[in-house]
Design a protein around this ligand. Sequence first.
Ligand code: EPS
Length: 403
Amino acid sequence: MLRMTTSGESHGPAETCIVEGVPAGLPLDASVVDRDLARRQGGYGRGGRMAIEKDRCRFLGGVRHGRTLGSPICVVVENTDFCNWSTAMSPEPLPGGEPSLEDLRPVVVPRPGHADLGGIAKFGFSEARNVLERASARETVARVAGGAICRRLLEQAGVTVRARVVSIGSVRSTTAADLCDAKSVDWHAVEDSPVGCEDHAASQAMCEAIDEARRQGESLGGVFEIWCWGLCPGVGGYERFESRLDGRLLGAIGSIPAIKGVEIGSAFDNAGRPGSLVHDELQVKDDGQGRVIARVSNRAGGLEGGMTNGLPIVIRAAMKPIPTLTTPLGSVELPGLTQRDAHFERSDVCAVPAARVVGEAMTAYVLAGAYLDKFGGDSLGDFVASLAAYEARLESRGLWRPS
Ligand code: EPS
């Protein structure tokens, strides 16, 4: 079973990810992970912190001479900013008795929309520093590191995972895509855009909206779309509620900080249409290699009955605006319950372009887990052989052909 767990505080020494269950023999080196770390760090709308951090990973276990060992993989990304927080965030007791209030950098006015207040209540803390350090989206560095390892495994299965931004604030991309065909999106243009949106005019307007939000002391949310292709049908399951891939993906994407809504395919539009205009009809086509089942629409977003159906999985995620505002909202100071403006701490104006990379990581994690559940294998060779035998069986029956 594939399992990923993360540890680390935003201004602590490091962010760490442990990934268990990756087969032995997978080619893996730091550059594979660093590429995604750099993509997550980039994106127009980030704050001063990104000028401090130069995220690079180091493997502490599970990898030898550029290949996985089958043992848990431990990957660490150091927080360069820790040197500015070494007293406030010291894991060791501070020498010389009680630290001063200034040393501790307490946060006594919780930010509406942030974990501050709930965390104080949950853990019995007197202020929010312990809460926001872990609730910070800095934690997603570790997820992206772990997700890059999962993405590496999926590559061996012919599966690609990519995401694009489709809106920031009220600016929407107008580029149409065919949900049946991932190549209908210009993924190079997505990567070239400062906000991860291939629509050039919308991309520029998004940057301007971010500039304006910064001037107004505001923050902006948006929507990103994750695509996965090269999938064979029948991965996931309907046998147990935990097997359903829809639920696993919705939960994983919903666990990303600030994500408040997720849809698969055109789910919200589908809810208002009659069934005959929703379900993706089956056809027989001759693709030159023989007769095979095909579809001309993908409103289901690649998932039926909790399983892949061989079409691209398409997921949309809605991100709320970041809760830290330079023009703060009303809040209440603790203790004493005095009405105050919410705490302001250096933050980003918009992190939707970064969140799209986190969305890729969480999707890669869930899909790699589902592939391993089905095809197993302690070694990469066993995993690939099992997958190839399954895909050959589907092809011989005309149920599916790799595109
Ligand atoms: C975050 C606040 C900012 C962000 C941070 C998430 O950090 P800081 O308080 O140090 O300026 O930049 O995101 C990251 C550091 C990152 O790497 O994504 C928050 O409060 O959630």
